[in-house]
Design a protein. Structure first.
Lengths: 193, 543, 51
């Protein structure tokens, strides 16, 4: 089951290839436009409309792709109808993160919900590995519901960090080793203690 | 010619400000202040770049974040708005072939926007007011972290900027529709409907051809300016709300509760407004500028002109509906809005901007061979910037990707700064190089070598900085955060080098402009014009 | 002056709305629908252009 590392490394590869291609196209164009030569072929409307069609497919296709490939998308959209094994309550107040369960014990392969509540400012709830890569995050908007349903497939110990700016006092809101996942066959090698 | 003489008098005589019309002076006043504020934003940016490598001992955290608060405001309003408004207040009468509606209002625009930006900046510099430009409720009214007076000064500055913005908006639309004294009555309603695209829409459904009453760039200016005005209303509303709490709680010791305003609703309204800038006027103005530049550089009509006009209209309407892509990670936001507004209609921006790229490049290609001038170089750089930044934006406006990209350096690096610094800024530089001879009555550029250095340093620096910030974001580096243990040092050092390249590019450009125009000419821009006319340039004849 | 009054009124309505409205979705959808409907109304109000 893919996790954020898989998704983001794919993004890095695909986007780098695309960026290099875009730079090359403009570079090639800049070279060609200063040269003599026939330019009639490029202006046919069929090229234009085909190109517009490709943009439509890419723009909408990305979302169909991620719905089917990124495991947390259908889960997030349907979370109101999925029963969670455990719900962890997290309170944010005066730039402190307070956990009901001081070290959240998460069973492998089961749906859990992180239910965060703030009664003063906007914060963020971010789950990070020991190597600082992000597992997931959500905003924590005051006096509103902020629930993140997640499922872990690898053992590991994770930190929590506020991912949203809440003023200078909130710049280092971190709880180390806040989440421990156990019972999986595979370890998250980026997040073992 | 000695260096000092060239510095004072300019290149080959420099700018003869006595021969400038009031309109030329007004445009240059906007552009000069806009460029100076760009320099300020670049300086602040470099301070933050250094801080992200290693926190600087003489700047404490609250000041770091107050720099971060004013930086986008200086960049967006102090710099970009100023340059764009100056150019469009000149171009609208120029292309409509009629005098501007009000020189006075145009002058008051740069004064209030420039002055408002300075006041807003002082709130950060003196009072360390640091809620960030996002102003997430109730942080801007948080008396535990910020002083009431700092917040009030900030809001006063922002109000000044918005008043100048309203002046610009009114002046642009009045110029399009009004009848100058002594002229035959203009078809005002028809002109406005044509400028906004309403006539074309109506005729499309009536299966009629449309005769366009305004040139294509005016259509872009008009449609983008609708978003300028609407955004100013939203920003003013947020400002008034914050002011109520700052004055009430901060100055009068009242007990106004932040819970009386729902933070999620506020965030929705705020982002609806701000997306009119980022996903509305920026894209519409940039597309319109590309079309104008393509036509001026190639000397040809725009390829697929009617589609270009339709895309400008579509982009304006789309900009009113996309704001939820800023709330993809807000779990209180409904799935319906996240998918429809955040993903589906946002994807339309790939199409509208992608079409603009194709149309511009095709228009130019039809005229080949074309000399690789400064304006063409920077235009291609601007197009490349949006080719990189728009797909990055579409990627992050996806429910799956947003979960792991939101609030990381990917957003602010790969997307925002590549869009703003490479896409928008290089487009503006292209416009500046094209308008420079028109606004200065033919002043010759001091050094082509400096212009070349400006181009390459800015392009490579801009793309490089975005790339390294983006890669750090993929590795989990957050935005709006200070890292004390050197966790992302390598990326931040590389991003810092690229930032320094852009800083150097700007310094070289500024030097080149000053040596071309001369200090006498530069200061002369702010003296009253000796020519009594509302026309843009002296040769322009009334109808 | 007329436009100054209209803009002030819109800002005042927006600020009051922030205090009064509690249902996010209903408000936003109504507002968007109103903008689009207003635009559509304006389009179809355009009289036939004189040649």
């Amino acid at each position: 089951m893919s996790d954020s590392v898989d998704i983001l490394s794919t993004l890095k590869l695909v986007y780098t290839i695309y960026a290099l291609a875009a730079i090359s196209i403009i570079g090639w164009y800049a070279y060609r436009i200063t040269r003599d030569g026939e330019s009639k072929g490029v202006v046919r409307p069929v090229y234009f409309w085909s190109y517009a069609g490709v943009l439509v497919i890419l723009g909408t296709g990305l979302h169909f792709l991620t719905f089917n490939v990124v495991p947390w998308v259908p889960m997030d959209l349907d979370r109101a109808n999925i029963k969670a094994e455990k719900t962890f309550k997290i309170r944010y107040e005066k730039h402190k993160i307070d956990l009901d369960e001081k070290q959240m014990q998460v069973p492998c392969g089961k749906y859990v919900v992180f239910d965060a509540y703030s009664n003063d400012l906007t914060y963020g709830f971010g789950i990070f590995r020991q190597d600082n890569t992000m597992v997931a995050q959500m905003q924590v908007v005051p006096d509103n519901g902020n629930d993140l349903m997640w499922i872990f497939h690898k053992n590991g110990t994770y930190n929590i960090r506020s991912t949203e700016y809440s003023g200078p006092k909130g710049s280092q809101m971190i709880i180390e080793d806040a989440i421990v996942v156990s019972g999986c066959q595979e370890d998250d090698i980026r997040s073992m203690r | 010619m000695s260096f000092v003489k060239a510095l004072i008098d300019g290149n080959e005589g420099g700018l003869k400000h006595e021969g400038m019309t009031p309109m030329q002076k007004i445009a240059m006043r906007f552009v000069v202040i806009g460029l100076l504020y760009y320099g300020l934003a670049a300086l602040e940016g470099m301070i933050m770049r250094l801080y992200e490598i290693k926190p600087l001992p003489f700047i404490d955290e609250s000041h770091f974040f107050s720099i971060m608060t004013v930086h986008p405001m200086v960049g967006i309003f102090g710099s970009s708005y100023m340059i764009v408004f100056g150019a469009f207040l000149f171009l609208t009468p120029f292309l409509m072939k009629k005098p501007i509606y009000s020189l006075k209002l145009a002058n008051w625009s740069w004064i209030t926007i420039g002055g408002g930006t300075l006041i807003m900046w002082l709130a950060g510099f003196i009072f360390s007011y640091a809620p960030l430009y996002t102003l997430y409720w109730p942080l801007p009214a948080d008396m535990q972290q910020f002083s009431a007076i700092g917040g009030i000064v900030y809001i006063v500055g922002v109000v000044g900027i918005m008043i100048g913005t309203f002046f610009y908006t009114y002046n642009i639309f009045k110029t399009i529709v009004y009848t100058p004294k002594g002229w035959e009555k203009q078809p005002s309603a028809a002109l406005l409907r044509s400028a906004l695209g309403l006539t074309a829409i109506a005729n499309f459904f009536r299966r009629k051809d449309t005769e366009h009453l305004v040139p294509l760039p005016i259509a872009a200016i008009a449609r983008g300016t609708i978003d300028v005005g609407l955004n100013a209303i939203v920003i003013m509303s947020a400002g008034v709300l914050i002011l109520i709490y700052l004055v009430g709680n901060g100055l009068f010791g009242m007990d106004l509760q932040h819970t009386w305003v729902d933070a999620l609703l506020y965030k929705n309204m705020f982002w609806w407004g701000l997306d009119l800038v980022a996903d509305g006027l920026v894209l519409v103005f940039v597309a319109g500028t590309w079309y104008l530049l393509a036509m001026m550089i190639s000397g040809k009509d725009l390829y697929m002109q009617n589609v270009a006009r339709a895309a400008l209209f579509l982009e304006m309407v789309v900009s009113w509906t996309v704001w939820s892509h800023h709330l993809m990670s807000d779990q209180g936001q409904s799935n319906f809005l996240k998918v429809l507004s955040g993903e589906v209609v946002t994807a339309l921006e790939l199409i509208t901007q992608g079409i603009a790229v194709f149309i511009t490049l095709t228009t130019l290609y039809k005229a080949k061979p074309i000399k690789m001038s400064n304006e063409l170089k920077f235009l291609l750089g601007g197009i490349l910037g949006f080719m990189l930044a728009v797909p990055a934006g579409i990627i992050q406006a996806d429910l799956g990707m947003n979960r792991v990209l939101h609030n990381t350096q990917w957003i602010i690096g790969n997307h925002v700064h590549v869009a703003v610094l490479v896409g928008l800024t290089m487009t503006l530089y292209s416009a500046i190089y094209v308008l420079f001879p028109i606004l200065t009555n033919g002043v010759k550029l001091y050094s082509q070598k400096l212009a070349d250095a400006h181009f390459w340093l800015h392009l490579v620096g801009g793309i490089g900085m975005g790339a390294f910030m983006g890669m750090a974001g993929i590795d989990g580096m957050l935005r709006r955060t200070i890292y004390y243990n050197g966790e992302y040092n390598t990326y931040m050092i590389l991003a810092g080098i690229c930032g320094a390249m852009m800083m150097l590019a700007f310094v070289l450009f500024l030097y080149n402009v000053i040596m071309s125009v001369g200090l006498k000419g530069l200061f002369g821009i702010y003296k009253s014009s000796k020519i009594d006319t509302n026309d843009c340039i002296v040769e322009q004849k009334d109808n | 002056m007329k436009y100054f009054m209209i803009i002030t009124l819109i800002i005042a309505v927006a600020v009051v709305a922030l205090f009064v409205i509690k249902d996010n979705d209903a408000f936003l959808l109504t507002a968007i629908a109103a903008v689009i409907a207003g635009f559509w109304y304006a389009v179809f109000q355009i009289p036939k252009e004189e040649p």
